[in-house]
Design a protein around this ligand. Sequence first.
Ligand SMILES: Cc1ncc(COP(=O)(O)O)c(C=O)c1O
Length: 376
Amino acid sequence: MIRTTQLNLGPEIIDLGVGQPSPSLLPFSLVKEAAENLFALSNGDFLAYGPEEGDGYFRASLAGFLTSSYQSPVQSDQLFVTGGASQTLDLICTLLTSSGDTIFCEDPTYFLSLKIFADHDLEVVGLPLDEQGLDVSALEEKLQQARPKFVYLIPTFHNPAGTTLCQERRKALVELAEKHGFFIVADEVYHLLSYGDPPPTAMAGWAGSGKVFSVGSFSKILAPGLRLGWIQTDPALWRHFAGRGLLQSGGGLSPFASAVVKEAIDLGLLERNRIFLQKVYGQRLRFLKKTVRDCLPQSEVFADPGGGFFLWLKFDPGTDCEQLLPRAREQGAGFLPGNRFSAHDSCPNFMRLSISYYPEPKLESGIQRLACLFEG
Ligand SMILES: Cc1ncc(COP(=O)(O)O)c(C=O)c1O
């Protein structure tokens, strides 16, 4: 079979574990319009090797977009363009760590970040989180025993837990980083997808501290195939990236996608798409919460997410969600079992469901199929 997409799901399965956007939400005509504008206006600089930090006009447009979305000023010289959040995490590991170093992250955390940390042979220490996000007092205690190179966290609309770190903890975290000399890697890819009250200040707001890397991406607000994202940090920090052989040899990352997305920003298409997605995903999330409440009374939603893609469901302590998965498959359903998100296998009785891939009728059928696992 010739593969053209990473995911190839048959129509018979409803896999609520999938955390990618539905194909119908991928903005084909938006990208076409932005690209046509680009080809009509540009001198073609985007076909040359780009500046290591990313195209200056794109960074200025992105700074403007972030300033209005975050409702606080973002300077373009704090922005470094990347090929998406996954590549950013890999770059940060390359830059900040050596094999065998310790890093801290939340337990649970984004499961594929654990794979990236394993690729770099890092010692991962998980920190508990509660409904308010990372438990910063537990972090403070752990710092007595070990000194991490960085703390990785997903402060807003957490994957998988749905939590959002409250403002006081954000401040306390930065104070700890300054006191103990570690970096904060804040994966903020869901920050711009809120469906109710706006979240607290993005960790990007502390970029000037010299301790924070705020990791952003266009995968969730536009399209993952663009392979485009950014880091917001102190310019003194991103300059270390710019000096790497990767950038010196290949030039800046994703110059063509940056040029297209610059047009999308300047034409107002990105903001329009974001508002559209907030509406669609917001409806889906409210629908999924209600359906889970009605059809899966054996579960409890860990934190009521105000945005993002995920519901983190908790079952009785005796439930082993990994073991339920083959039976779910037989029913034509899927989910991601909790332990995949834990560095310490501490979430056996949890599962992650996503609203990103399926519209309401499929979400409902998927939950009904999962409900069969708990009957009788
Ligand atoms: C928390 C988190 N970080 C990073 C990524 C990957 O982002 P990107 O597509 O920009 O590499 C995802 C995608 O699911 C995610 O949920």
